[in-house]
Design a protein around this ligand. Structure first.
Ligand code: FES
Ligand code: FES
Length: 127
């Protein structure tokens, strides 16, 4: 199966790979797995007092499309409010990366991961 140029670009030059400290109250971590293939994605956001995402990092153990999806979404969410980031849809990622049908679940992983990171951040704030 052929990967699109956008997938190859993000796969070869992934943006925002890394890890932030979970102890930091301004950091939210989302960890999700894809039942379809067993791949795992960890996505983290750092949120300002104003509720704006200042930084995002990811680590993905998975296929090229999953890595590209997480790389792309970390770029998109920087500068967004939590509400804006929560509205991102996997279909936007799939469209941007021109993912074929069998790779749609890789983009779902990225949508789920960002939502999980936002939830984690909100839970931390509630404490
Ligand atoms: Fe998960 Fe592609 S099936 S790596
Ligand atoms: Fe399973 Fe991409 S995340 S094939």
């Amino acid at each position: 199966m052929a990967y699109s140029n956008q997938v190859i670009d993000h796969y070869e030059n992934p943006r925002n790979v890394g890890k932030m400290s979970d102890d930091d109250a301004s950091v939210g971590t989302g960890m999700v797995g894809a039942p379809a293939c067993g791949d795992v994605m960890r996505l983290q956001i750092k949120v300002s007092d104003q509720g704006v995402i200042e930084d995002a990092k990811f680590k993905t153990y998975g296929c090229g499309s999953a890595i590209a999806s997480s790389s792309l979404i970390t770029e998109w969410v920087k500068g967004m409010t939590l509400d804006q980031a929560a509205e991102l849809k996997n279909t936007q990622i799939a469209e941007e990366l021109a993912l074929p049908p069998v790779k749609i679940h890789c983009s779902v992983l990225a949508e789920d991961a960002i939502k999980a990171a936002i939830d984690d951040y909100k839970n931390k704030q509630a404490k």
